[in-house]
Design a protein around this ligand. Structure first.
Ligand code: SAH
Ligand code: SF4
Ligand code: F3S
Length: 439
């Protein structure tokens, strides 16, 4: 389109936001927008935001502050805020930053074209409903643009778990699974566009129970159906909750050829007292037994998790229990965060742990997780793995991709190209990646 308007999207937060940003770009296509990676030429800047921790939420306002001069110089520039901060703060965003034209929550973005039409009339638009209708049904069919070989696909959204620290049940709403037939169709379309790896997304992805006419589909059944799609080479899923794991899903890790040997299974803490305070409804031992079952099904599975340090009431002994759990599991990779009090969540009412204590615990937990990560990476040297190549590397003539275990791997490109899955011998390890040679 010669006179296409330019849309610049900046995405914060989780992988579901990455997926949503893609869908929002597609939704605005019929309104005459195409995406740009150059903010300076944008006619609309859309921030797709995250509310999970205070720092994440505050980033939005500092970014809006930085955009102010650009907006002053170009008064026609439209500023839109989407995602979980939009959901949580709504109108407050426009009060704090009057230049914002549009605020849209994660469940309403199929209404973007109508909202954008209002902007053309010089109005503002705000929509943070949890509508009855299914946004995925009303979004345009996925556009057949060229894209990379790895894609996200949302299959389940929202959460009914109400962990005491977490905003997600309020920003994403109640847990909903998409119908299996629609997901399979979307997967097929992605594969036709060159996708070779699909990561199924959900805030509680293993609670997936989408039906086609009421016959229950579990996540395991969905994975087995995806396994039959030609030219799809790899299947992953994230994020799981320990309480929703079923035998079929565990077993699939040993038997389903395209399901990758990697599991992100957040535990948050190793202390039963803290887990109870967090409303997690499982003990540290429940979690460890679950890990054992996964390792029995797939001995080389690489494990990942999320940890929160300094949750209200966490003593030194509670924190030591978290370190002990980590020692027992041995993670290939994991995320750890300082507890951040979120308005409206039950834990926000409780007395906080001293900030300096939290800092010290975060450092210790990160040091332990990093040492495990590096030890596992060193253990990969000399081993042969499959790598799906995703893009050019940082250095001339390099290709980078992901191993089965989700390690970033770079090689001298040889005859390999983006989209290929190739056998690679690992020859070295850096901080967050591995080096190898094509076999
Ligand atoms: N739905 C996923 C991810 C939730 S958000 C799940 O259930 O695991 C990702 C991670 O952010 C969480 O696992 C948790 O470790 C962290 N997190 C969530 N709320 C937080 C808070 N208030 N303070 C610090 N970390 C938090
Ligand atoms: Fe948040 Fe807990 Fe739901 Fe995960 S399971 S999204 S941490 S409330
Ligand atoms: Fe953040 Fe919302 Fe995802 S709060 S982590 S963008 S679900």
């Amino acid at each position: 389109m010669a006179d296409a308007k330019k849309l610049f999207i900046k995405t914060y937060g989780c992988q579901m936001n990455v997926y949503d940003s893609e869908r929002m770009a597609e939704a605005l296509g019929p309104s005459g927008y195409e995406t740009t990676t150059d903010m300076a030429e944008a006619d609309m800047i859309l921030l797709n935001t995250c509310h999970i921790r205070e720092k994440a939420a505050e980033k939005v306002y500092s970014e809006l502050g930085r955009l102010k001069p650009l907006h002053d110089a170009k008064p026609d520039l439209k500023i839109a805020v989407a995602g979980c901060v939009a959901q949580a703060e709504g109108e407050e965003i426009m009060r704090r930053q009057p230049m914002v034209d549009l605020v849209v929550g994660p469940q309403s973005y199929h209404r973007l074209p109508a909202m954008e039409a209002r902007l053309r009339l010089g109005e503002t638009a705000l929509d943070t409903d949890f509508p009855e209708e299914d946004k995925f049904e009303l979004l345009p069919k996925r556009v057949k643009l060229a894209r990379g070989p790895s894609a996200f696909l949302t299959v389940q959204e929202g959460c009914d778990k109400f962990c005491a620290f977490c905003v997600v049940p309020y920003t994403r709403g109640a847990e909903v699974s998409r119908p299996a037939d629609r997901i399979l169709r979307e997967a097929q379309e992605l594969v036709e566009r060159g996708v070779r790896e699909i990561t199924l997304l959900g805030q509680n992805v293993n609670a997936y129970h989408g039906g086609t006419d009421g016959d229950g589909w579990s996540l395991a059944r969905l994975i087995w159906a995806l396994n039959d799609i030609d030219r799809l080479e790899r299947i992953r899923f994230t994020t799981s909750h320990p309480n929703d794991m079923d035998e079929a899903l565990i077993e699939a890790h040993g038997t389903c050829a395209k399901l990758m040997p990697y599991l992100h299974l957040p535990v948050q803490s190793g202390s039963d007292k803290i887990l109870k305070g967090m409303n997690r409804k499982h003990t540290a031992d429940d979690y460890l037994r679950l890990i054992e079952r996964f390792r029995a099904a797939r001995p080389d599975i690489l494990l990942s998790s999320d940890f929160i340090v300094g949750f209200p009431g966490e003593t030194d002994a509670d924190f030591e229990a978290t370190l002990a759990l980590i020692e027992e599991v041995r993670y290939g990779q994991a995320y750890s965060f300082k507890y951040s009090s979120r308005p409206g969540t039950p834990a926000a009412e409780r007395a906080p742990v001293d900030e300096a204590v939290m800092d010290e615990r975060l450092q210790r937990v990160q040091a332990l997780l990093t040492s495990q990560q590096h030890e596992i990476q060193r253990g990969m040297i000399g081993r042969d793995v499959n790598v799906l190549f995703e893009k050019e590397g940082r250095l001339e003539g390099q290709l980078v991709g992901k191993s089965d275990y989700l390690h970033a791997v770079h090689v001298a490109r040889g005859d390999a190209k983006v989209g290929d899955v190739r056998r690679v011998r690992i020859t070295g390890t850096e901080r967050n990646s591995l080096g190898g040679v094509l076999l």
